[in-house]
Design a protein around this ligand. Sequence first.
Ligand SMILES: Nc1ncnc2c1ncn2[C@@H]1O[C@H](COP(=O)(O)OP(=O)(O)OP(=O)(O)O)[C@@H](O)[C@H]1O
Ligand SMILES: [Mg+2]
Length: 370
Amino acid sequence: MLNVFSVKIKNYRNLKEQTIYPESGINLIYGDNAQGKTNLLEAIWISTGGRSFRGSRDTNLITLSKKNSEVFLKFFGRKREQKIKTKLSQERREMFLNSVTQNPLSKIVGTFCAAVFSPNHLYLIRGGPMERRRFLDTAICQIKPFYANLLIKYKHTLIQRNALLKNTVQYKKSPEVLEVWDDKLVEYSTLIRKQRAEYIDILQKTIEKTYKGVLKSHEKLSFVYSFKVAKESKLEEDAIKDEIEKELKNSRDEDILKGFTQKGPHRDDFEVLMNKKSIKFFGSQGQQRSVVLSIKIAESLILGELTGERPVVLLDDVMSELDISRQKCILNYIQDFQVFITCCDKSSVARFTDANIKFFEIKEGRVFCE
Ligand SMILES: Nc1ncnc2c1ncn2[C@@H]1O[C@H](COP(=O)(O)OP(=O)(O)OP(=O)(O)O)[C@@H](O)[C@H]1O
Ligand SMILES: [Mg+2]
């Protein structure tokens, strides 16, 4: 089980310079609005190597009026104590694992794993395809460290291909260059889509376990990936590759006409269905919330199972939106994780569990431990 010992913060958003020492079980961070609760979770989260879960740029994380920011995390992982330092400046982010610079930054992904739920994640249902792709990619990156690099290579190839498609003079001069980009695109797309299809598959299976508890109904939840393989063997690399080659060939004329690549992993999406109906258009607000939370809990369980180490769970302002039995159910699911929960009302979580809770009050960016 991953376990954070200490978080040292300097010039991060509204947080004062300080060190926090969490417990291995439930850590409850409470306080009024705008005191820094979400900021603290976000500071822990960036040690995963991911971008802000609120979609903020790195420069927005630095305290206004300051030039640099630092988060220093000490945690137990892979059977030993480890350290991750993140330095943010106006120009760049630097990360150090046990004092060694991580270059490229994607090297750090998968070292310190966390699953985060914030009200923002409702975009997973209500938002557009980009949000869902980001969720998939972030989740997979943490399980398969090579995946982050794969995404970079894909993006790079896509940019090159699009540049050629836009430049008709260049294209007419040497149309065979397109083949070169196409070959690479097929290679990377196959690997990306295999990972995404596998993840959606495992998500579906895991959620069948978690969803029941969080929402006490017998409604059936299913996920449909926009990229479909006609053959039985939908997770086989060759079958995926065939489909992608076909897709790319079929849209080539239109790609040339429009000047960009229209189909591929950069346009993928998945739909969440409840009893075969889109939860986005038919689900109630409460159902949508519970489904997103189930997805996030499933993400933690998958991460724990596949990496052999349970991730840290960050729950931002989630309890206040759920009824008592759902709250109990969530606390039950996460009892074997180190958890950071934020809320405004201190008693809201403590009422529903016998587990030991470490309380932190946060006021104007300063954290007080009880
Ligand atoms: N770069 C920054 N520098 C200084 N302050 C910042 C920066 N970014 C955000 N803040 C401030 O930090 C404060 C706390 O934000 P945060 O989202 O953590 O509040 P919260 O305790 O989670 O509140 P709520 O209960 O409303 O969710 C906000 O008032 C915000 O304006
Ligand atoms: Mg908040």
